[in-house]
Design a protein. Structure first.
Length: 71
């Protein structure tokens, strides 16, 4: 399943760090964090999508505490 979310990320460097860290998580098939459009695109298995998304948000907040996913 592939979903696109609005997100809040403060800088392009942080967006890249978040993207790299989330890409390394188990279950992530593809991820993109775009600072200019403030969007996170995540592809993960349908049956694990919510758990993978939660792990991705947790990892992003470790890198940038102000990161927010706007659902």
């Amino acid at each position: 399943m592939k979903k696109i979310f609005k997100c809040e990320v403060d800088c392009a460097v942080c967006a890249q760090k978040i993207q790299d860290a989330v890409a390394a998580l188990d279950g992530v098939e593809e991820v993109s964090v775009n600072f200019m459009t403030q969007k996170l695109t995540l592809t993960a298995p349908d049956d694990r999508f919510d758990a993978v998304l939660d792990a991705a948000v947790k990892k992003a907040k470790q890198i940038e505490p102000d990161f927010a996913l706007l659902r």
